[in-house]
Design a protein around this ligand. Structure first.
Ligand code: GLU
Length: 406
């Protein structure tokens, strides 16, 4: 299943409702620029390995290209293009003055030492330094990349370009100009969306069961937040499998098992299920927080949740969207739900350029406002046009992008 063709089908659906002409739609489907390059890395054992690197600059009608860099064996041009396009939609949904881009390296970073990883990160920047920058293209973390990697990249960019603002990369550590609240921002933003959606649907939060596929930075922080708010975390999984307990899991014990033994399946209690079976467990809120194409025509009929809250990018295929909607399951779409990360990235970029450092309270208050405004715009469009939330979000975003392009 190709992510980019799924993304284009999502766009077609929204464009039809907006009455866009074919020329306008064609312009939205074409990335501005694609960079593909080899990154040679000196390995610790003295050998050399080459990794394929990418950056797709999709659309900058609303501001500099913005979006993460993913390190994953599954990374290829199709995936990076889809992710870059979704970034353009995402920044428009939350109405921040940024465009959309994405990068990646086809690599399994778990097989690299820290120094090999550093050389790979710096190598990516050496290839892209002429084409990125605070007012041109601003990368950030994504799957398997983190503040430390952003620090290396920002440092390398500074050395090559002479730029002293640190604003060419976001998601940096606090020490190197990162923002308060950036590490937890995606989960936090998703939580605001969940609370708004639950209220709009007249759903109480206390005691609601949540199942999360993916226990990385995003999934884990989100789990902590919703548990504190009174939801029950009934299941979590990672690529090796998952654990489910309708009465709730001990989150810290699950995290400890993952850190010590490599996977949540080593948690002592609960029922063991596969990563795929996790999506079919009984719950109120199902949260895909891993990779694309997880909920498909094959398993959408088996989803037993009232809300699917997409913290991953592209976890639900267009066919699955149709099945879920026919079952009256609300999908809170990725381009809205996981936009808290890029929103605080935008705050970080602004703080770097203004030489400011905001308190966590300030960051969270601003994030909450951005997420609630975005939710309301999407919800109003859903109500007014009778479309599901993804189409509504795309309608809001595409209108803004087309206006900017004109
Ligand atoms: N990788 C994150 C995303 O998919 C964040 C991007 C950013 O902060 O620029 O939204």
């Amino acid at each position: 299943m190709l992510a980019f063709s799924n993304a284009m089908r999502q766009l077609d659906g929204a464009a039809a409702h907006l009455g866009l002409d074919l020329g306008e739609v064609a312009k939205l489907k074409e990335p501005d620029r694609i960079y593909e390059f080899d990154i040679p890395v000196a390995m610790d054992d003295g050998s050399q390995k080459s990794f394929k690197g990418y950056r797709v600059q999709f659309n900058n009608a609303r501001g500099p290209y913005k979006g993460g860099i993913r390190f994953h064996p599954q990374v290829d041009l199709d995936e990076v293009k889809a992710l870059a396009f979704w970034m353009a939609i995402k920044t428009a949904v939350v109405n921040i003055p940024m465009g959309g881009g994405k990068g990646g390296v086809s690599v399994n970073p778990k097989e690299l030492s820290q120094s090999e990883l550093e050389r790979l990160a710096r190598g990516w920047v050496q290839n892209m330094a002429q084409h990125i920058g605070p007012h041109q293209d601003v990368p950030a973390p994504d799957v398997n990349t983190n503040p430390k990697i952003m620090d290396w990249m920002a440092d390398e960019y500074g050395k090559i370009s002479g730029d002293k603002t640190a604003a060419a990369f976001t998601g940096k550590s606090l020490e190197y100009g990162g923002s308060e609240g950036r590490g937890t921002a995606t989960g936090q933003g998703g939580f605001y969306v969940l609370e708004e959606l639950a209220a709009s649907l007249g759903m109480q939060s206390a005691g609601r069961r949540v199942v999360i596929q993916g226990f990385g930075n995003v999934g884990y922080h989100f789990a902590q937040l919703v548990q504190r708010a009174g939801y029950v975390i009934a299941g979590v999984s990672d690529s090796k499998g998952g654990v489910y307990d309708a009465n709730g899991l001990d989150l810290e014990a699950v995290m400890k098992a993952k850190q010590e033994k490599g996977s949540v399946i080593d948690y002592a209690a609960g029922t063991k299920v596969t990563n795929q079976e996790m999506l079919e467990q009984e719950c109120d809120i199902l949260v895909p927080a891993a990779l694309e194409n997880q909920i498909t025509a094959e398993n959408a009929g088996a989803v037993r949740a009232k809300i699917v809250l997409e913290l991953a990018n592209g976890p639900t295929t267009p066919e699955a969207d149709g099945i879920l909607w026919s079952k009256k399951i609300y999908v809170a779409p990725d381009v809205l739900t996981n936009a808290g990360g890029v929103t605080v990235s935008y705050f970080e970029w602004g703080q770097n350029l203004a030489r400011e450092h905001w308190s966590e309270r300030e960051v969270l208050a601003k994030l909450e406002l951005v997420m609630k405004n975005a939710f309301n715009a999407v919800w109003d469009t859903h109500k007014k046009h009778g479309v599901e939330l993804r189409t509504a979000a795309f309608m809001v975003a595409v209108r803004r992008i087309v206006d900017a392009m004109e």
